[in-house]
Design a protein around this ligand. Structure first.
Ligand SMILES: Cc1cc2nc3c(=O)[nH]c(=O)nc-3n(C[C@H](O)[C@H](O)[C@H](O)COP(=O)(O)OP(=O)(O)OC[C@H]3O[C@@H](n4cnc5c(N)ncnc54)[C@H](O)[C@@H]3O)c2cc1C
Length: 456
């Protein structure tokens, strides 16, 4: 860097002084010094908030000219500092939040990257449509989720959100404005979707939609066998009778037992499935949908409007805020893994997890046949996203972090591919291992579109 920070700050304000909002005071920028994970602290010099594409381009050009680093940020929901500037500036894109007209014929909607998913839902739902895949939390930004992947309860059919993107407009590290799609600049499209903003900034996008039915019936099933639970998910993953599928692991019947290393807590795990079927008039028939499944109990059947179902996790997020869990640390682990491998290693993993990590463990099936080239999943059939998502972990709870580090290594050693928004472990993330034989492709695209590495 060729300037002192103080110099830079005033230079930024003067040079980008076409009205771009630059926040520099320490108390206002402290929120950008960490992310939802609350495990990695950064050192941002300030927050730049462009309000238009022109402003955004000017900022990127300025960063290029002065060899400044920019860390693009939406809501900052990552867990390993992926949205935290270690040096340089935070580039907050939340002001670019327009949602445009829905195209009912093409079944698509265009929007800017700072729009939240709840804004997209508000526009599409009145037309009887929704994005093909929605995340469980609708407060995050479209650009942030497209930069990580986007898993939801319809992923068993549609894959991650990024498998359902018509096009994206990007500002590259060279400050070029480029529209790309699967056929137009596909190498950039493949590198930016799920690419953590390291090759370019997503400015706007067009998303594919699906037609929904007005109501949804959700069957909540209980399993006491991991094998039966996995088997049924793989079966349901291929079924076109159901629309939503989510798997859960619940700890129950806890106790303490003697082990060679002394007394240890243990838990008996139970498993759950939530199977959602959308309908208009004719109600889905229990026996048709659940025929041939090996659950031990149907514990609940929920009927609601599909418009309300998309917000079903809001009480969980509200509870996390009310109890203070939201402000604790979140070493979340999400990993893509084949059904076969997951069934082999999951019992050992569940047995290792401290009970204090609670019941936020999930396995969601994700179709893997239409992925951007650089979004990594194991090259096998029947892929799950296995996730350990504790509501909050106390800062001093180093034991849980040690265990999660071991789990991370186990998943990677078994051929798992990490979902990149999570806590990526104690050591530097191994990008070569992650991309495997596609690593060189990634490096080439990075060199072409962000040669000065202003996006880190
Ligand atoms: C409570 C909670 C619930 C979640 N639920 C889900 C879920 O259901 N499904 C799921 O898949 N994930 C889920 N996540 C993970 C979440 O998708 C990611 O953390 C995502 O990053 C959130 O978007 P954001 O707006 O907070 O982006 P940020 O965290 O701010 O940014 C994410 C990454 O993208 C980059 N980035 C941000 N905006 C842009 C842009 N416009 N252009 C280029 N790069 C950009 C950032 O630099 C960063 O690397 C959840 C996270 C939380 C905390």
């Amino acid at each position: 860097m060729t300037f002192s920070i103080q110099n830079l700050k005033s230079k930024i304000q003067n040079s980008i002084d076409s009205g771009v909002n630059v926040i520099l005071d320490c108390s206002s920028i402290s929120s950008a010094c960490t992310d939802f994970g609350n495990l990695v602290r950064g050192n941002t010099c300030g927050i730049i908030q462009p309000c238009s594409v022109e402003e955004l381009r000017t900022v990127v050009q300025f960063a290029n000219d002065h060899h400044l680093q920019l860390k693009t940020r939406g809501k900052g929901y990552t867990q390993s500092g992926q949205s935290v500037a270690q040096e340089g500036f935070t580039l907050e894109v939340t002001q670019l939040n327009q949602v445009y007209e829905l195209d009912t014929t093409a079944k698509t909607i265009a929007c800017e990257a700072g729009a939240k998913w709840q804004d997209i839902v508000a526009t599409t739902i009145s037309h009887g449509m929704l994005p093909r895949v929605l995340p469980l939390n609708l407060e995050q930004t479209v650009g942030g989720l497209l930069s990580t992947g986007g898993i939801g309860s319809t992923s068993k059919t549609y894959g991650p959100v990024i498998a359902n993107v018509v096009d994206i407009d990007i500002i590259t590290g060279n400050s070029e404005y480029i529209k790309c799609s699967r056929t137009q600049k596909p190498e950039l499209y493949d590198a930016v979707l799920g690419g953590l903003g390291r090759c370019g900034i997503i400015v706007s996008t067009t998303l594919e939609l699906r037609t929904i039915k007005q109501y949804i019936r959700t069957f909540h099933l209980l399993y006491d066998s991991l094998d039966a639970w996995m088997h049924d998910q793989v079966l349901l993953g291929k079924s076109n009778q159901i629309d939503h599928l989510e798997g859960f692991c619940w700890s129950s019947a806890k106790g303490i037992r003697n082990t060679p290393s002394g007394k240890r807590f243990f838990t008996h795990w139970l498993y759950g499935l939530q199977i959602g079927v959308e309908y208009s008039i004719i109600e889905p028939c229990l026996t048709d949908i659940l025929k041939g499944l090996n659950y031990c109990k149907l514990i609940h059947t929920e009927d609601e409007e599909t418009a309300s179902h998309v917000f079903r996790y809001q009480p969980r997020f509200d509870m996390m805020r009310e109890t203070g869990a939201w402000n604790q640390t979140h070493p979340w682990i999400d990993c893509f893994m084949s059904a076969k491998t997951l069934a082999e290693i999951m019992p050992e993993i569940l047995d290792m997890l401290p009970l204090s990590l609670g019941d936020g463990h999930r396995a969601i099936m994700v179709a893997s046949d239409n992925l951007p080239y650089l979004f990594m999943m194991p090259p096998e059939d029947d892929i799950f996203c296995f996730a350990i998502l504790p509501v909050g972990v106390a800062t001093h709870d180093t034991n849980s972090l040690d265990v999660l580090e071991k789990v991370n290594q186990m998943l990677l050693n078994a051929g798992g591919k990490r979902y990149l928004s999570g806590w990526l472990g104690k050591s530097d993330f191994n990008w070569k291992q992650h991309y495997g034989n596609r690593y060189d492709t990634w490096v080439t695209v990075k060199q072409q579109y962000d040669p000065e590495c202003i996006f880190g």
